[in-house]
Design a protein around this ligand. Structure first.
Ligand SMILES: *Cc1c(COP(=O)(O)O)cnc(C)c1O
Length: 519
């Protein structure tokens, strides 16, 4: 039984081109009673020629069209968004209010320092807070996102090793790393060597020791890693690297599991990034602005991107005199609005609050794990941190794969979990509820997952053909990616023109082939 679903008011929305008819207008104005200049003349001959078949619709049609489209989005404001690795948590509105404070929202990067003291103080304070949270010595706020932070961090490592005489050749990356890690290593000119995980889902320390030699510049380790497991031997791992003069980079995008509990600086990490847009309260997804702050140990400080904040005579200054710096990685000072939100979030929570958020994130992931573990195969027995990863082993025996289960979840009113990632888990279901979800929502989600597991036992076709309750049935994702149709073309004269409310001519009409019990 579906307990929660979105029955949409408008499943069949035509294109504006399809509801257009000649002469309709989107506005009404009284006749002019003053002479008007000819618009073509007023524009100095810069008017565009008529766009062929430009849609003509009324105001209400236009407003409804876009309003309906806007409601097709799934958002964290509508419900659980359990995309593993993405930390899609609810971001308190108060941080939005703070970021929109007039003096902050309208600050200009070319404002003189004397008029930017508040903004500079915010950045200095955020750098200080993040250094305390990570246990590191200094922070740069410039990188615009996580992968950009990785690139910055890797360039810092290269600069430090070069200053010691040899940048070295390789970066070791465990198979449980986020995909951006090997990509970053390659982009910054390093060869990537893969290190296997053991059956507990942790980095194989012996394999690492064997791979280690003086060609290795660094290890890039995601911790907790992408199977949601904390690298318990991280101390040992760091010692192996340091013994051979290499550094340890930590991908800290999963800090949602550590803030207030464990500090990477204390367990041997030399450089790391944080995703402020995951852990520290910036709404993300859809490529919006982010911030990939990079935290480092002292020896890397001279190489940080400039300018750096400096305090002198009770004033903040930008210090551009940084001869050993890797250079700027971004224009100006980073995505300032994101930085404001992060500091507001940190200050509103305080140390205890941040720690509680972390504990709730871990509790929520383990709560879901316990509820659905009887029905789905957990990938690794090791305790879960802020996310739990299952495989579709039980379900694939019935021919149902993780992607099918995800599609069926849409019928139950939830955004799918992360599908088929991490790659080391065959048929992965990666679920990250985050700390902001109430127990009721987690229960509904677990009910949906359990109900789907039962459907697969009884009638796998329901799941294999899902989703059934959405506007569009299952799409052909391969064709959609390989041959995207991005432009509307006028149908040939012979084709019947769609009427308002018709299904798109290219989408076959269908009746949901569902037993009554699941409608
Ligand atoms: C999200 C994520 C990244 C990449 O961050 P972007 O901001 O998307 O560039 C890197 N590593 C991990 C573990 C992540 O979850």
């Amino acid at each position: 039984m579906i307990k929660k679903t979105r029955q949409h008011i408008s499943q069949n929305e035509s294109l504006l081109f399809e509801i257009s008819s000649p002469g309709k207008m989107g506005y009404q104005l009284p006749e002019l009673d003053v002479p008007m200049m000819d618009p073509a003349e007023a524009l100095g001959g810069n008017t565009r020629a008529e766009i062929e078949d430009f849609p003509e619709v009324s105001e209400v049609e236009l407003i409804r069209h876009f309003t309906r489209l806007s409601t097709w989005n799934y958002a964290i404001d509508l419900g659980l968004y359990p995309l593993g690795s993405c930390t899609m948590k609810y971001n308190p509105r108060i941080n939005e209010v703070v970021a929109r404070t007039e003096g902050l929202a309208w600050a200009h990067p070319y404002q003189p320092e004397s008029l930017s003291q508040g903004a500079m103080e915010i950045m200095a304070e955020l750098e200080r807070c993040l250094a305390v949270i990570t246990g590191m010595d200094a922070v740069t706020l410039q990188p615009a996102a996580g992968a950009h932070g990785e690139m910055t961090g890797t360039l810092l490592i290269r600069a430090l090793l070069t200053s010691r005489g040899n940048p070295r050749k390789k970066i070791l990356v465990p198979d449980s790393a986020h995909g951006t890690n090997p990509a970053t290593a390659a982009m910054t000119g390093y060869e990537v060597e893969n290190i296997k995980s053991n059956e507990q889902g942790m980095l194989d320390v012996e394999a690492l020791a064997r791979a280690m030699n003086e060609d290795v510049a660094a290890l890039m380790v995601t911790n907790p890693n992408t199977v949601g497991v904390f690298e318990q031997y991280i101390h040992k791992i760091a010692a192996i690297m340091h013994d051979k003069g290499a550094l340890v980079y930590m991908d800290g995008a999963n800090m949602n599991a550590l803030v207030g509990i464990a500090r990477p600086g204390d367990f041997g990490i030399d450089v790391m990034h944080l995703n402020l847009h995951k852990t520290f309260s910036t709404p993300h997804g859809g490529g919006g602005p982010g911030a990939g702050a990079v935290a480092i140990k002292k020896e890397l400080e001279p190489f940080l991107p400039g300018p750096r904040l400096r305090r002198e005579n009770n004033q903040w200054h930008w210090d551009y005199d940084r001869p050993r710096s890797i250079g700027r990685v971004r224009s100006f000072y980073g995505n300032f609005g994101v930085l404001v939100r992060a500091l507001a979030y940190i200050m509103a929570h305080g140390g205890e609050g941040l720690k509680n958020a972390t504990m709730d994130a871990v509790l929520n992931a383990n709560y879901i794990r316990k509820l659905i573990e009887p029905y789905y195969k957990i990938a690794y027995q090791a305790p879960s941190m802020h996310e739990c990863v299952f495989s579709d082993d039980y379900q694939s025996k019935k021919g149902v794969r993780t992607g099918d289960i995800a599609k069926r979840l849409i019928d139950y009113g939830f955004h799918p979990y992360t599908v088929s990632f991490p790659l080391i888990v065959h048929g992965a279901l990666m679920i990250e509820p985050t700390e902001t979800e109430p127990k009721q929502e987690l229960d509904l989600f677990a009910d949906a997952m359990i109900s789907i597991a039962r459907e697969i036992e009884e009638n796998p076709a329901i799941v294999l053909n899902a989703p059934h309750l959405t506007r569009t049935p299952r799409v052909d994702e391969v064709t959609a990616a390989r041959k995207p149709i991005l432009r509307w073309k006028k149908p040939a004269e012979s084709q019947v023109r769609a009427k308002p409310g018709d299904l798109r001519p290219d989408v076959p009409a269908r009746e949901p082939a569902l037993p009554a019990s699941v409608r």
